[in-house]
Write a protein that binds this ligand. Sequence first.
Ligand code: PGA
Length: 255
Amino acid sequence: MSQRKPYIGGNWKMNLHHAEAAALAAALADRVRGDDVEVAICPAFPYLAAVSSVLCEKGSSIKVGAQDLHALPNGAFTGEVSLSMLQDVGCKTVIVGHSERRHIIGEPDTLINAKVLAALDAGMQVILCIGETIEQREAGKTDAINWGQMGYGLAGVTAEQMSNVVIAYEPVWAIGTGKTATPDDAQQAHAAVRAFLRFGLFNDAVADAVRIQYGGSMKPANAAELLAQPDIDGGLIGGASLKADDFIAIIDAAR
Ligand code: PGA
């Protein structure tokens, strides 16, 4: 890992109810100390406020994040949640373009881009997820897919705003499947993502500073090896973020 500050995010997805979410947040707040690793947890919308207040009461540096947002400030959008609502309950970061939203819900790149721009304009950190399906990988298109999702997702974002952007490379075939990219395969994809920030979209300063998380069945048993790769700056963790011991072991591996 480089001099970039490691960043471990927990994506709780549609899991945990109120009491469990609050208890997990409390356990993490008690046990995750220091600021050598940036840590965020992303509960489901109904529990953002509860998780925020647990972390706040305990004086924790763990950030609260949302799993999605709506790009517009308010209005007749049944079922949606705005940025100012997220900020109102203490969110500092938001996941955008997760593959489950791209592939299951069908979110297009244009919508993802609108969300990225809105979040950055509101001063929120964005974790932009990218990654290829198994068919795309087998067809040798991994880098092309990642670059395309970055190009669309980051359209209109300035170099200055990139200090608030984290990229999560999450090969779709590795998410929630127990299959993990090998450290070499993951490093290769991360290096290509960084090269695109350097030569395609931005410049050396942006490419050297942006954290690129790996996501897809990261767990205590494989975290150290993945995090040791020069272009892997952290992880976005699903399943293993639901248990305090596992999530903390991954945070420790990032130190
Ligand atoms: P997983 O999920 O760790 O359960 O594979 C990762 C993610 O979807 O962010």
